[in-house]
Design a protein around this ligand. Structure first.
Ligand SMILES: Nc1ncnc2c1ncn2[C@@H]1O[C@H](COP(=O)(O)OP(=O)(O)OP(=O)(O)O)[C@@H](O)[C@H]1O
Length: 302
């Protein structure tokens, strides 16, 4: 079942682009990453997903239901962390959690709060006004998980968290996903995060989906980066017809840099015929793959 179904959604802010003709499906139990640079449209998409913003065109379906009006029963099944969280400064973390639990018709489970406090290294009994940015984020994360929702939507959950806590947070998400079949959708700027925790990732740029990929497909592709120094000094791009191997070949004053795509064998065979002084071959990082897609402006769906 698709837990999230965004069908051709468009949202404009007056003449400003928000999101354009976006299609996205997320299956039950997936941990799905939504990645893009500042202003790409991540928060706009997430707000539409949460029913906080209506699309100008298109449909939003969440947990099989159309988000065309207030649906309180549906909201109870969703946990949401906004990018900026507003909290009553005079209350403690625990008081806010008790308030949120009551709103969900639950009693706060003190043992569960203790577990979250220990795992995320945060003090629930201090007043919000004394909380650091990271502690506010931790409380926001607990608020989104507290009622054991079927879908967790997180807008940049890791900003402000130190790396150890980030890892603990990812473990929490993985446990929820594997033990309870929870679906997680989260946005981030940080590619290494999606590699750690997501099964699939969507790249958004300038309001449009650029690519949807399996993480395995990104990390297992045959694509390689090659850096070559030839015996002779200078730019050999024209002389050795390097553009036939990679039309985007770059010369940085010393190295010729090529990308193989899925033509590793052919590229190496061709280069081996040339007077090489040094050559290195390595896999691109996920970041480099992502930048490459941005450069080419490809639209791909896996
Ligand atoms: N209320 C608004 N009025 C006008 N334009 C807006 C409004 N909210 C967002 N936008 C514009 O819509 C586009 C997408 O913004 P959005 O906040 O969705 O991006 P984002 O990917 O979440 O960015 P960031 O990573 O910086 O939070 C941007 O060009 C932004 O300037």
């Amino acid at each position: 079942m698709n837990v999230i179904d965004l069908i051709d959604i468009t949202k404009k802010y007056g003449s400003f682009r928000g999101v354009l003709d976006l299609n996205l499906q997320v299956k039950q139990g997936e941990i799905f990453g939504f990645i893009g640079p500042n202003g790409a449209g991540k928060s706009t998409t997430i707000r539409m997903l949460m029913g906080l913003l209506s699309p100008d065109r298109g449909q939003v379906r969440v947990l099989g239901q159309l988000l065309d009006r207030e649906r309180p029963q549906l909201r109870r099944k969703i946990g949401y962390l906004p990018s900026e969280i507003m909290l009553y400064p005079g209350l403690s973390g625990r008081e806010i959690l008790a308030f949120a639990a009551a709103a969900h018709g639950m009693k706060l489970d003190a043992r569960e709060v203790k577990t979250y406090a220990e795992r995320l290294d945060w003090n629930p009994d201090r007043k919000i006004r004394t909380y650091s940015l990271g502690n506010r984020k931790k409380l926001g994360i607990v608020l989104s998980l507290l009622h054991h929702p079927e879908l967790i939507v997180l807008d940049e959950p890791t900003s402000g968290l130190d790396p150890l806590i980030q890892n603990e947070f990812f473990s929490l998400l993985k446990e929820r996903s594997s033990e309870e079949g929870v679906t997680v959708f989260f946005s981030t700027h940080v590619l290494s995060e999606v590699e750690k925790v997501c099964q699939r990732v969507a790249f958004i740029k300038e309001g449009q989906l650029n690519r949807i990929s399996d993480i395995g497909e990104l990390t297992d592709s045959g694509d390689h980066l090659i850096s070559v120094v030839f015996m002779e000094d200078g730019d050999m791009t024209e002389l050795y017809k390097l553009r036939e191997l990679d039309e985007h070949v770059l010369y940085d004053g010393q190295h010729h840099r090529l990308r193989t795509g899925n033509r590793l064998q052919q590229t190496l065979t061709a280069l081996s015929q040339l007077p090489l002084k040094a050559i290195t071959v390595r896999r691109p990082t996920i970041e480099e793959m992502f930048m490459e897609d941005y450069r080419k402006g490809e639209v791909k769906q896996a």
